[in-house]
Design a protein around this ligand. Structure first.
Ligand code: NAD
Ligand code: UFG
Length: 338
């Protein structure tokens, strides 16, 4: 089965491609390399034994997409491509709406022209805003507090309206909680450009000596130890969740929404301790002011995905931290340029 994977050179997309290849699917990667490097293809080949088909292109380029749909008999699209930095989205809202919202509309339009009616979309737990309670269920109210989150929410709403008007389509919205970890081989992982925004890559860079200390954003939240609590999910579990979505609802007409999380919450300090144990390195930290826009705690109720997709996150916190460390220590500066 040919599956178009937009953004397949990125962090979550590359891990998903490996799992797809292992299960006999054929990913066709479409990526403009804005936030990824060509070396990712070599690494996917090294780990899986297969070099995926790669087309360098932008999802806002309808002609380029039309060519891909004309060339390959594509059954479904997994749509990862997009910009994802919350802080940057506040500075550059137009770029975020253009890439994430306009880009998705062009992609859906190209799919419609080609008669491809199945899409799995990368959404985010950010669409729940500041939830009134935890664990979070799929029918909780949604809201946005920054342009990145709003772009995800707008896309969810556009896809919902579109599916309603085109009931023979299958559209799946996967709301990821906090993806961490890397492929157990240590060949693929998260490779942020510049200073990492997210906790795990920052912790890993402190452990490997690239940064002096971690700033812990807030020690006075109403949580178990005062620091923020999140549902960290191994990227390989997340990758498997996409396969489960394709297999169980990818050809079932309708709009399908699932939380992809573990159902457990860990604090920032628990993550630091777990990482120190996995790496054998000290992770220096300082507690500083809260980061504007952060919420105290957030974790999923993943029961719906378990029931309907027959999928459940199985990898432990130890695996998340050990795999991150293997990737970081083997590739202290991330992927080489080419
Ligand atoms: P990433 O930046 O590593 O990967 C995204 C890929 O998309 C990159 O390779 C980039 O070059 C490509 N891309 C961006 N704009 C494009 C365009 N216009 N045309 C073609 N390719 C384009 O990000 P990721 O962490 O792998 O995230 C994948 C998706 O999951 C994103 O949509 C993101 O918003 C969503 N998501 C990520 C997280 C997270 O914490 N990583 C959490 C929730 C949701
Ligand atoms: N944190 C620190 N120091 C840092 C970075 C983060 O203390 O240097 C803390 C945060 O305050 C938060 C926790 O670590 O309590 C996790 O922060 P991340 O930035 O790693 O993740 P967020 O939960 O803020 O957001 C992430 C993605 C969003 C996505 C959301 C839900 O960045 O895009 O998960 O999926 F929407």
């Amino acid at each position: 089965m040919f599956v178009l994977v937009t953004g397949g050179m990125g962090y979550i997309g590359s891990h998903t491609c490996i799992q797809m290849i292992e299960s006999g699917m054929t990913p066709i990667i479409f990526d403009n390399l804005y936030n990824s490097k060509p070396t990712v293809l070599d690494r996917i080949e090294k780990v899986s034994g297969v070099r995926p088909i790669f087309i360098e292109g932008d999802i806002r380029d309808k002609q380029a997409l039309a060519q891909v749909f004309a060339q390959y008999d594509i059954q479904s699209v997994i749509h990862f491509a997009g910009l994802k930095a919350v802080g940057e989205s506040v500075e550059k809202p137009l770029e975020y709406y253009d890439n994430n919202v306009h880009g998705t509309l062009v992609l859906v339009d190209a799919m419609r022209d080609a008669g491809v009616k199945s899409m799995v979309f990368s959404s985010s737990a950010t669409v729940y805003g500041d939830p009134a309670s935890v664990p979070i269920l799929e029918d909780f109210p949604t809201s946005a507090t920054n342009p990145y989150g709003r772009s995800k929410l707008i896309v969810e709403e556009c896809l919902t309206d579109f599916q309603k008007a085109n009931p023979d389509w299958s559209i799946t919205l996967l709301r990821y909680f906090n993806p961490v970890g890397s492929h157990p081989s240590g060949e693929l992982g998260e490779d942020p450009q510049g200073i990492p925004n997210n906790l795990m890559p920052f912790v890993a860079q402190v452990a490997v000596g690239r940064r002096e200390f971690l700033s812990v954003f807030g020690g006075d939240y109403p949580t178990k130890d005062g620091t923020g609590v999140r549902d960290y999910i191994h990227v390989m579990d997340l990758a498997d969740g996409h396969l489960a979505a394709l297999n169980h609802v990818g050809s079932k007409q309708g709009l399908h929404i699932y939380n992809l999380g573990t159902g457990k919450g860990n604090s920032v300090l628990e993550m630091v301790v777990a990482f120190e144990k996995a790496s054998g390195q000290k992770v220096a930290y300082k507690i500083v002011d809260r980061r504007p826009g952060d919420i105290a705690e957030c974790w999923a109720n993943p029961a719906k995905a378990e029931q309907e997709l027959k999928w459940k996150a199985s990898r432990s916190l130890e695996q998340m931290t050990e795999d991150t460390w293997r990737w970081q220590s083997n590739n202290p500066l991330g992927y080489p340029q080419s």
